[in-house]
Design a protein around this ligand. Structure first.
Ligand SMILES: [Zn+2]
Ligand SMILES: [Zn+2]
Length: 334
């Protein structure tokens, strides 16, 4: 029996540990991928911390998987052996619920999320439903393209929710998603204002390097009022800060899967048609649009690379904001 290395989570609040697991066999409609890189995401921290309450256990995390097809299961014909594909958070849907039927598969009643309901990419091999895999733009290396699969996709969906009439865009929480979205927004001619944890001058300098017009502490007001704000940090009070910074009719979009409570605030902050909304998951259409757009911008990802065995270290550094850009596991690195 062929085996693979994997970083396994036995239960929330316990460290990942390196194990040898059997290489899984693809079922009908699935492909088996040899994983080359996998992005590390804040959602992985929410799973570790038990804030997302329904993981498969034990679990292999990782939902920004880049790999090559090594085997197709029965009735899987979409890809050839050797093709490079990407696997995102949305691993499968039921295809039959009211949301799927009206083009909102991101809201599916019975979704399968990669690295949550099924084993993900913190491993040598992974299975994926071929219908939910993406072709990847050839101009990126495996490590460079991995963050596009969640930070990029969900960042893009969040950005799109602000609509067309936006000249000034605030971005709260300047990590992997923000550094990608800033490049897309600048490409579209927006003025971008980046907000970081108070005193995080590294992240502020990083935001300016990505093209932001201004960067400062999230407790400050920007030099101009915002037409819209995106919130990528899981900090509820930022919703109130962002509302305070927006023009009449401004939109505040929360891009994360989990957030601490939003404090109460006076209605006058919401008055004048300001809007607060969230973004959940992604559709395959988001992925196809964004992966076509990214090489045109061109989006350049800044990655901090870790070997598979250091997945726990990567998560620790992500939690504590110890690097700028996106963390990626390079599975071929030892
Ligand atoms: Zn993610
Ligand atoms: Zn559905």
């Amino acid at each position: 029996m062929q085996t693979m290395r994997a970083m396994l989570l036995d239960a929330p609040h316990t460290p990942l540990h390196l194990v040898e697991l059997p290489v899984p066999a693809p079922a009908a409609g699935q492909v088996l991928l040899k994983v080359s890189a996998c992005g590390v995401c804040h959602t992985d921290l929410h799973i570790l911390d038990g804030e997302l309450t329904e993981p498969k256990l034990p679990l292999v995390l990782g939902h920004q998987i880049v790999g090559t097809v090594v085997q197709s299961g029965p009735a899987a014909h979409r890809f050839q052996v050797g093709e490079r594909v990407g696997v995102p958070w949305l691993g499968a849907t039921d295809g039959t619920c009211r949301y799927c039927l009206r083009g909102q598969e991101n809201l599916c009643d019975h979704p399968t999320f990669t690295g949550y309901h099924t084993d993900g990419g913190f491993a040598g091999y992974a299975l994926a439903d071929e219908r939910f895999c993406f072709n990847l733009p050839a101009s990126y290396t495996d490590v460079e393209v991995a963050p596009l699969l969640c930070a990029g996709l969900i960042g893009y969906r969040t950005y799109r929710m602000v609509g067309e009439n936006v000249e000034t865009l605030g971005i709260y929480g300047f990590g992997a998603a923000a550094h990608i979205v800033t490049q897309v927004a600048k490409h579209a001619g927006k003025r971008v204002f980046a907000f970081t944890r108070p005193g995080d001058t590294d992240a502020q300098a990083f935001a300016i390097r990505q093209g932001a017009d201004w960067a400062g502490d999230s407790t400050r007001m920007p030099p101009e009022k915002l037409d819209a704000a995106l919130i990528f940090a899981s900090v509820g009070p930022l919703v109130v800060s962002a509302l305070q910074a927006t023009h009449k009719g401004g939109v505040v979009v929360c891009g994360g899967i989990h957030m601490s409570d939003i404090p109460s605030f006076p209605y006058s902050l919401l008055w004048e048609e300001r809007v607060i909304r969230s973004v959940a998951n992604l559709t395959r259409r988001d992925g196809e649009e964004f992966l076509a757009l990214a090489p045109q911008v061109p989006v350049k990802t800044e990655v901090k690379v870790f070997p598979l065995e250091q997945a726990g270290q990567a998560l620790y550094q992500l939690r504590h904001g110890q690097f700028t850009g996106a963390a990626v596991l390079d599975i071929n690195l030892t």
